[in-house]
Design a binder for this molecule. Sequence first.
Ligand code: MTE
Ligand code: QUE
Ligand code: MOS
Length: 790
Amino acid sequence: MPSVGKAIPHESAVGHVTGTAPYLDDLPRYAGELVVGFAGAPFAAGRITKIDTEAARQIPGVVCVLTAADQPSAGATHFGPIFHDEPLLVSDAVSYLGQPVVVIATENEDALRLALSAVVIEGEPTKPVLTIDDAIAHDRYLGPVRHIRRGDTEAALKRAPHVLEGTFFCNGQEQFYLESQATLAVPEDDGNLRLISSTQNPTESQAVVAEVLGLPYHKVVCECPRMGGGFGGKETQGAIPAAMAGWVALLAQRPARVIYGKTLDMQITGKRHATKAWYRAGYDDDGGLLALDVTFVSNGGAFADLSTSVMERTMLHADNAYFVPDISITGKIARTNLPPNTAFRGFGGPQGIVLIETILQDIAQQTKLDAFDVRRRNVYGHDTRNVTPYGQIVRDHVLPELFDALETRCDYRPRMRQVEAFNAENRTHLKGLAMTAVKFGISFTTRFLNQGNALVNVYTDGSVQVSTGGTEMGQGLNTKIKQLVADAFGIDAASVRVMSTSTEKNHNTSPTAASAGTDLNGHAALHACEQIKERMAGFAAEQFADESRGLTKSPDDVRFENGVVYDRRAPDRRLPFANFCDAARRARVDLGARGFYATPGVDFNRETGRGNPFFYYTAGVAAAEITIDRFTGDLVVDRADVLMDVGQMINPGVDLGQLYGGFIQGVGWCTTEELKYGDDGSLLSPSPTTYKVPNATDTPRVFHVNTFPNPRHKVNVRWSKAVGEPPLMLGIAPFLAARHAMSFVNPDVLPPLQLPATNEAVLMAVTAMWQRDRPNAETAEEQRRGAAVQ
Ligand code: MTE
Ligand code: QUE
Ligand code: MOS
């Protein structure tokens, strides 16, 4: 009956498929509930000179019209997860287009629409700074410059037989969760406030709302029953709607709900950081990477949000799966007039990883070696070449084994010959094949966040409730927690219910993020179970002891298995779990506990750029084969093979779902999703019609996703590994396969292809490479130089 290791269905599978699982907007309306929205700044930079709300106030059904001047005097005016630099409402200097200026609460949607259009906001716009290059030119940065260094990179670059020098740009990405940002705030007696919110971070929502309203934390409770996806976008960005709903609810003493529309959500919430890298890579004739000097600059947007932590993770993943003897990594964050960028699956890791993977692909092209061989040559070793640039030893990994296994399993060599033969013949299409890796560090690099707590209630019928600070966004956290707790008591998973997440049951929690949801909350839940079981075992030992049979009182011999509690020495001394629980309560045994967990050993010093930021690594490899239409730029992923070490899976169905979904989301970032902005800072792609997320037809025609055993991995809950974010970074494989395909057009030119490799970008790059050695070569070179679409 053990359920860990079984692919039991996701606890909300039926609800998701039938539409009965309620999201924020589905919750029944309260009598007298208010609809809340806001009017935003009409320009991205400059000063507001006039805010006229008179006409809006006259509209029937309008209940509150609030500006910065109305903010509670006891409350904080600014908020932010790391630096408190973001105002709730702006009254003067505007930082991004659509930044909230006036909050309006009304009796109904129609009144809200009319009132919002009646608000007059005027000012003196200035030219916004939107790109990384523009911010650098204006010397606009957020947070300090950081470094991670090992060895003497300058000397190593001088010694290196070859040096590759260049810039690489990767675009941002919209989280595109299906449920937009939303909070319902309900006033309770005595000035208390209950928030029901679609958030990965209930504690942050509680804290921001309390601080902005000048309330002590204990007067605010934040609940999150479930999210329709978060993908990092709900770690901090739920704070604004939560604060608006909370403010209105407290002031009007009526329930108030904020639900962003999709377009508004895309326009004003933060995304993955676009990042530009300036690099020099030294290598030898055998494709050995000798030295790397890189400066990353990300587009942080207008406020700090999580940008410093995101950049830290970019820097910590600049090595990815490869040992680089001498390395110097610098990270800066550009301050621009875009909404503050934030967490997105991978949290900066993808931007670091795509750079070194591209460099290795280019080294292969330059040395005319096979790109697999180049990667395999540089991969981290077991006993030597196993120390990261920040000094952490890469332990108990299977990186070389993963490479070798996938090479065989996906028929890499014969297919490479086929691709070469195809490209030698075909005049309309190009094929490419590339393999990439991911080594993703598991733990928050901010040490204090590596903790979790849980509450377990055992009832007298043997059923169990568990509450943790972890939130469910579709990733299957609740299902895995349910399995862990069921196994702890030896009962069926159906006897365990995971309760709605709430700060009144689990407080001071970390966001459900960094893929560590199951690690932190699963451990905490098990810690609670252990305490209850210890008390139960003491009671059971008394019940089972039998002097006549020489059975002494021995709690250590009590077992919880298959729905019964028994004595290991005399298995006939047993009680069904339910009866046992009832008896225990009658004997006044405490059948509830709070558990706590703190990840051991993690520590990173960001000043020195050294330490052990990660508890362990989740790793994998992927191979992708693509076909490009030379005359339209159309890119099709013909085949993808994913192979990952995710430890011993708690739920193989849930975990494989993460591998499939994460990979495809990465392919979207690399090949189809393009955020376009107008000169005024307006998002020109604020809907699925203009912003192309992958759909079913974008699934690779052949798609093999498998896990790979790692017998060396002996840490973490039930020896599992975090799976949420790592597979996204394997979605880089089709991008590198596209570069590989292009190398056949002109082997002497490195493909001028960056992210996203949209059909348009692919067509431009192929054309530029083709023109390179032909009469109008200058134009092509200009095209190559200018190809950097910022
Ligand atoms: N899977 C689904 N279905 N929906 C999501 O929003 N978020 C991802 C990943 N997988 C996400 C998802 C991100 S960004 C993270 S950090 C992890 O899930 C968080 O959950 P975990 O720590 O429980 O894996
Ligand atoms: C990975 C992450 C996060 C991170 C660090 C990682 C993350 C996150 C924070 C963070 C850092 C400082 C704070 C805070 C949050 O750091 O998601 O509130 O004060 O929120 O390596 O995913
Ligand atoms: Mo995930 S980006 O850490 O929410």
